[in-house]
Structure formats: C-alpha cells, structure tokens
Design a protein around this ligand. Sequence first.
Ligand code: AMP
Ligand code: FE
Ligand code: FE
Ligand code: ZN
Length: 291
Amino acid sequence: MIAAAVDLHVHSTASDGALAPSDVVALAADREVRVLALTDHDTLGGVDEARTAGRDHDVHVLTGIELSARYHGGQCHLLAWLPAEVPAGFRARIDELGELRRDRARLMVERLGTIGVDLSWEDVERVASGTVGRPHVAEALVRAGHADSRADAFARWIGEDGPAYVPSGKLDPEDAVRLAAEAGALVSLAHPRTLRLDDEALAGFVGRLADAGLGAVEAHRGDQPPERQAAYARIAARHGLLVSTGSDFHSPAREGRDPRRLGFVDGPGIAPDALDALLSRLPGAPAALAR
Ligand code: AMP
Ligand code: FE
Ligand code: FE
Ligand code: ZN
C-alpha cells in the first residue's frame, strides 16, 4: 500500500461510513491527503461540513457523491465530482431519489410485517443517519433479534431473492451519468469489479457510459491488486477516459482487515501524468500538486 496525496472516494456518517464528515477530513489531514472528495452514497448531506473542516485542516475538499445505478447481477456505482455550486436541479433530483429510498425501505418493513417479522420504521430510522438502504434494514433486523448478522438478514429476508425485498428506484447507469455530467460533474465508474463482467464485456459497458458522458474509470483503488488496476486503466484508455484514484474508505475500525484505508492505494497507484490529467478536469481541484 502506498500513501496517496489524493483520495477521491470516501464515506462518512452521511451514508454508511463510521466517521462524521469533519472527522474524515481530520483523518485525511493526519495522513497528508491534500485533495479529498467526500462521496457518500446518493447524498450530498455531509459535504458542507467536510468543506468547512477542509478549510481548518488545509485539505482541498471536493463536492462528491456516489450514485447507485440500477444493475442486475452486481453493483453499478458512479462517482460524481461536482462544482462547489451544485446546480439546484441536481440537488432536487438527489433529494427525490432519497425520498424514493425511504418509501422503498418502509415498504420492506411492511413486507416483513406481513410475513411475521416485527420491525418498526423507527427501528430502521434509528440506525440510518443519512440515506436509507438495505444495510440499515439489515442492521435493524439484527438489533431486533430477527437475524444473527447483516449477512443473515440479507440471506433470509432482504436479499434480491428474499421475501421482503423491494428493488430501489434507482437511475439507469446511463441516466445517472447524464444527470451528473449535465450538472457539470466529472463522472467515474466506481470499483468496476462489482459489475462482475469480464474485461471485454466491461469495455463494452464503459463504452456505452462514455457515450453518455462518463469521464473516468476508477482504476486505482485501495483494494485492487496492481494487475487489475492496469487492466482497468487499459479499458479507460481504449475509450479515451481518465483514470481516477480513491480508497473507498468507510471506517477506521475496519482498517486492520479492510484494505480500503483512507489515503492509501494498493500497488503503484496512479501515475503522475494521469494524476495531473485528472486534477485538470476535476471541478474545484488545484491544477497541480507540488511534488
Ligand atoms: P440498497 O442500495 O439499499 O439495495 O443496498 C445495497 C447494499 O447492500 C450494497 O451496497 C451492499 O453494501 C449491501 N449488500 C447487498 N447484498 C448484501 C449481502 N448479501 N450481505 C450484506 N450486505 C449486502
Ligand atoms: Fe458504502
Ligand atoms: Fe461503491
Ligand atoms: Zn464507496
């Protein structure tokens, strides 16, 4: 693992991270991260706090979000780094998607009730400080004694084949890319591995997203071995896209067993010229880092 001066993929309590946005920034400062993007799942709720903390800690904090898109057989997440003045239309659309997520989680709670699993909406709200998702429903099921672990809750009730599963009203990948790109964002395909495609199919998928306005592929990640990083970078290059770098940090408590450590990337990480190209296209980022 190498320390990185730029970390464009981190989570806070505004979604499923363990640290408050200001604490994420303080940790980044400790690790000498110079440019940090807060990218919580489907919310900009932590960004103002993080940007304020960034001014105190001398860290460039960028406005980011990780959009979940509709995708079968894996996960499709898109990182969007936005201008500091986020267009009102984009904010409104994100708020609307958050509302839909709440309605959907409520529906799952109702379905659980009809099959005799007694959980209240308040039980779910208590564990969700930001956008609500199945991990929160799973945690509430564990706390209410209905499941031994979150994984158990997914396996028995809310996994895609589970009796209480309700699909979320997510955007299609191309629509998500368009929405963010039209708001002035640079958009990157997060952790391509979770699409569960071979490299040829992945290249095809990336090509379609590129036509919709995708700008980058997250090739350099905390948890990806060097040969995978190189393969993703090749796919990005095939479509004339940038590569992005980020840890996907969620929690310091997990850092011992989780390679997603704030400010660290496995292997050689992003090349200096690729980093310069990325910085030059990132809204609100310094044009270059002193080396
Ligand atoms: P949602 O977007 O609300 O449908 O929640 C999806 C999230 O649930 C994913 O990002 C994972 O973090 C988590 N998840 C999905 N499947 C499982 C599983 N079988 N066990 C534990 N967590 C899961
Ligand atoms: Fe997450
Ligand atoms: Fe993700
Ligand atoms: Zn993430």
